[in-house]
Design a protein around this ligand. Structure first.
Ligand code: CTP
Ligand code: CA
Length: 241
């Protein structure tokens, strides 16, 4: 039995995935960055491609190569990622924010290399907040004109890295984050310094804004991504109007 495209769960759909980690420049040679490897974003892009979607991968710094068969847009900073995601979202059925976005960026970027000097005090880096891209994508979607039904039914997926602390556990924080951001699905990772970043394996919980039971998925990032994309297909084909 041959399998035609139309049988694939995301055939005819456009999926935009962000991956990797942003880098926020301090001067021409230095940046503030994070430990995201890009593996999760790449695995999601591959899973969406294999599910029949047209895939755009908006990649901040990644340590792994981009996969074949996806449109690649590379960015450096959170502000560049924001621009690229807002542009890509305009014609996407699904938007997945798997990138590790710097919450803050240096308030000033030195045009020349910062020098160590004996005659002045050691420098202090002031930070300013970056925009919340996920939240903005949700706002733009929710304010799309009534006649843009496809835009208004766009499915938006966030990822949450939580450690839990004395104030609350991982799921409590993640549920609050889902509500705050307003996305449809939130894929929750439990992170520690030796977990998740750069690792091939992962164990996640998928929370839904609809209040559906939390769904567990474990395995390699490839397996977790397949589960996320299967869930996305289900939401598009069975849940959305
Ligand atoms: N995210 C985003 N823009 C930001 C920060 C985060 O779009 N400026 C997205 C991430 O890509 C992810 C989700 O929001 O999909 C959750 O990221 P996370 O860092 O866990 O959430 P924050 O709101 O930044 O909260 P925290 O203070 O826990 O870092
Ligand atoms: Ca954050």
């Amino acid at each position: 039995q041959g399998q035609s495209d139309y049988q694939l769960p995301l055939a005819g759909r456009t999926v935009t995935v962000s991956g990797g980690g942003t880098r926020e420049p301090l001067d021409p040679v230095r940046f503030l960055g994070n430990r995201s490897s890009g593996k999760q974003g790449v695995a999601l892009a591959v899973a969406a491609r294999n599910a029949g979607a047209t895939v755009r991968l908006v990649a901040a710094h990644m340590e792994v190569p981009a996969p074949a068969g996806v449109d690649l847009v590379t960015v450096e900073t959170a502000l560049e990622l924001r621009e690229a995601m807002l542009a890509a979202a305009a014609d996407s059925d699904v938007v997945i924010m798997a990138a590790a976005v710097a919450d803050f960026r240096p308030a000033e970027i030195s045009g020349t290399k910062i020098k160590k000097r004996d005659d002045t005090a050691d420098p202090v880096i002031s930070l300013v907040r970056n925009p919340d891209i996920l939240q903005e994508l949700v706002e733009v979607r929710d304010h799309a004109p009534e006649n843009q039904a496809s835009r208004r039914s766009q499915l938006i997926v966030g990822f949450a890295a939580e450690t839990g602390d004395g104030q609350g556990d991982v799921l409590t924080y993640a549920e609050a984050k889902l509500k705050r951001k307003g996305c449809d699905l939130m894929v929750v990772n439990h992170v520690g310094t030796d977990k998740v970043f750069g690792q091939d394996s992962n164990s996640v919980v998928i929370l839904a804004r609809s209040g559906a039971e939390p769904q567990l998925a474990a395995g390699t990032k490839t397996e977790v991504s397949a589960a996320v994309i299967t869930r996305v297909g289900y939401e598009l084909n069975h849940v959305s109007p």
